[in-house]
Design a protein around this ligand. Structure first.
Ligand code: FMN
Length: 239
């Protein structure tokens, strides 16, 4: 990984051939859950993580720890995670809660609308938890993607640094769009964090926040656009 980052810094100022308008990058990014097996060139990934180092963070502490995974390492990770899924292994104990235990309105309604849309699009009935779980298990195959990224943060860090990490990840996802690539950020990987650690040996003290599938979209997989709340629900203009 150090080598990858060193090279990336060297090639840092190179620009993508697919430079894209920022609005187009933002609006065309969505969680893609079906990828082709077309490999992603490592130089492209290097260029992206190199540019993403310019993401902002409070006092510039850059609290993200990133692993870019491809090739044999990715294949092995998919194999091990797939074996755990197939064996019905219990999830690793949580290092952070994905959502508040009691998700209040309007977040609760938004979350269930998302679930209904995501699984409804796959023809899965609302109450069919087993089918939902089967569909969700594609997370641990990176939805077929040929590249993945893992994002760790030190366990001492607080909410502002977790927000920094979010900005970093969005920066990566927008740069991926500029390269003609798509992504899916995945907290799902946090429940198999021990398997990820087995492959990556991160230093002590880091929490696995999420993984990310990276690749070229499989356009045969139908992706209904996940809608957003009306602007007035989330933004107040005060003049
Ligand atoms: C931090 C984070 C973690 C996520 N984890 C998962 C995940 O584990 N699996 C998944 O399929 N989608 C995951 N998503 C994708 C969200 O479901 C998706 O971003 C949201 O529903 C909005 O849809 P859109 O990104 O397609 O616009 C995650 C998104 C974020 C930002």
């Amino acid at each position: 990984m150090d080598d990858v980052l060193r090279k990336a810094v060297k090639s840092g100022e190179q620009k993508s051939l697919h430079a894209m308008d920022v609005y187009e990058a933002v609006t065309s990014r969505r969680a893609v859950r079906g990828f082709t097996n077309q490999p992603v060139p490592v130089e492209v990934l290097e260029r992206i993580v190199s540019a993403a180092t310019w993401a902002p963070s409070g006092s510039n502490i850059q609290p993200w720890h990133i692993y870019v995974v491809t090739g044999a390492r990715l294949a092995e990770l998919k194999r091990l995670a797939g074996a755990r899924v197939a064996a019905g292994d219990p999830w690793d104990e949580r290092e952070y809660e994905m959502y508040p235990r009691e998700l209040k309105s309007p977040y609760r309604e938004r979350k269930s609308a998302f679930g209904a849309q995501r699984y409804g699009a796959l023809g899965i009935a609302r109450g069919d938890l087993e089918a939902r779980q089967r569909a969700a298990s594609a997370n641990w195959a990176f939805f077929g993607a040929p590249a993945g990224l893992f994002c760790y943060i030190h366990r001492d860090m607080g909410p502002p640094q977790w927000a920094d990490v979010g900005m970093y990840l969005q920066t990566v996802m927008l740069l991926l769009r500029a390269e003609g690539l798509h992504s899916c950020p995945q907290m799902a990987w946090s429940v198999y964090r021990k398997t990820v650690a087995q492959l990556l040996s991160p230093p002590d003290g880091l929490i696995l926040f999420c993984g990310m599938s990276i690749g070229y979209e499989d356009t045969t997989v139908v992706h209904p656009r996940t809608p957003r709340a009306p602007l007035a629900e989330t933004v107040t203009f005060a003049a």
